[in-house]
Design a protein around this ligand. Structure first.
Ligand code: AMP
Ligand code: MG
Length: 403
């Protein structure tokens, strides 16, 4: 059986093999957060565009502002002022943070290290050339690459685009992900379940995970555990870029998803991974869509989505596949698992200063959604280290939606 790392690499390899250029559209910055950049963006001019003071103080010729020296203050420059006249020898100019340095000045002395008496400014310390100045073009040169194609547009990337006046950006279209739950026991969340039915919560969690991953969910409700209903709804889902199914992939008599996918011509690349929860996860391609069959137990579907679906969505969005963002934490209480699988346990991560500590939460297994209240990560118990003592270092997969 594949390890979760190998299964993930297989997803990445298969999707990358079929990848064409993504469809694109131009978006204003206010609607570009979370999209993937489909163009290169270059810097429009030098940054900073002038020699910029980083302190409130006095612009000087550094050789003249020595300990015990006095200079006459002849002007003031604040941020935004037009600066043309050079600094005359024997004088200084009061300057504010963010303002442009006058020609012939080569340093700024912080106001804290001066004494002012009328127009005269006295200096306490030696002044180094270049001190408290960011030279023109030292942050970025005009024409230099500012944002790479394939960048994920977060707040900093949008600020870079804003700085250089790129008010619209060409972005890749988000992949569309059909979400189909399966199971005779399910009712829509707007209906009251009978005593032996349950609400279809996976459609909600999976749609949320799709959105958080930067893709567009297409909810298809649920299918009954019947070949005709499953086949009809799967065919609908195959019209999207990706179809994510939940349930119906285990060994039970009514777990029909794999056989229906086969009957529709799917090629399956794996149908089991050495993890718990999530062992019977299915990945394949059918017609022009990628298909993931995730186990129906809610925690299984959440974990397997994070491990296997997100890298596919990254690639289909025009970005590289993000690594799994494992953190190292100190285990608070002993954990012990029996099965030789990689276990992902709902857990709580807390910080004392800079070092995180983690404890597994009490749960009744992968059907226990209630255990997730308070779970801000999944604790990895690797198959070769099933018995871990308190105080040992462990890896945890943070829930990036809540942390
Ligand atoms: P399955 O993988 O189809 O055997 O489903 C396993 C269990 O997961 C079922 O018995 C349900 O309790 C639960 N389950 C399946 N689908 C859903 C769903 N869409 N929402 C909530 N729970 C589900
Ligand atoms: Mg089922």
């Amino acid at each position: 059986m594949l390890s979760f790392e190998d299964a993930r690499q297989l997803v990445i390899r298969k999707v990358a093999e079929h990848l064409g250029p993504p469809a694109t559209s131009s978006r204003p910055l206010s609607e570009a957060l979370g999209f993937i950049l489909a163009q290169e963006v270059v810097t429009d001019r030098d940054y900073p565009p002038f020699d910029r003071s980083t302190r409130d103080g006095y612009a000087v010729r550094s050789s003249e502002a020595s300990p015990g020296a006095y200079l006459r203050c002849v002007a003031e420059i604040k941020a935004g002022d037009t600066v043309t006249s050079p600094l005359v020898s024997g004088t200084c100019i009061q300057i504010m943070t963010g303002a442009a340095l006058p020609p012939e000045a080569d340093a700024v002395v912080m106001v804290e290290f001066t004494q002012r008496n009328g127009e005269t400014v006295g200096f306490d310390r030696a002044t180094e050339p270049g001190q408290n100045i960011v030279p023109r073009g030292s942050e970025a040169r005009a024409g230099q690459l500012a944002l790479k194609q394939g960048s994920r547009l977060g707040f900093a990337e949008l600020a870079i685009a804003a700085q250089i006046g790129a008010a619209h950006l060409l972005c890749a279209k988000k992949p569309h992900v059909a979400i189909l739950s399966t199971g005779d026991e399910l009712v829509p969340i707007t209906e009251t379940p009978g005593p032996f039915h349950i609400r279809n919560s996976n459609s909600v969690s999976l749609a949320s995970q799709v959105r958080l991953a930067g893709a567009e969910p297409v909810p298809l409700g649920h299918a009954l555990d019947r070949i005709d209903d499953l086949a009809a709804k799967i065919e609908l889902g195959l019209q999207e870029d990706v179809l994510v199914l939940s349930g119906g992939v285990s060994m039970g008599k009514y777990d029909l998803v794999e056989s229906v996918l086969h009957s529709l011509g799917a090629q399956l690349f794996f149908d089991a991974v050495a993890i718990r929860p999530g062992k019977p996860t299915v990945f394949g391609r059918c017609r022009d869509a990628w298909v993931f069959g995730l186990p129906g137990n809610p925690v299984s579907s959440m974990v397997t989505f994070q491990l296997f679906v997100i890298p596919a969505l990254d690639l289909l969005s025009g970005a590289p596949a993000r690594p799994l963002p494992f953190l190292e934490a100190t285990l608070k209480e002993h954990v012990k698992e029996k099965a030789s699988l990689a276990h992902f346990l709902p857990a709580h991560l807390e910080w004392h200063g800079l070092s995180p500590r983690v404890s597994a939460l009490r749960w009744q297994g992968s059907g226990d959604i209630s255990a997730l209240s308070g779970a801000n990560c999944f604790l990895l118990v690797p198959p070769d280290r099933l018995d871990i003592s308190a105080g040992e270092k462990v890896s945890v997969l943070p829930r990036l939606d809540v942390l």
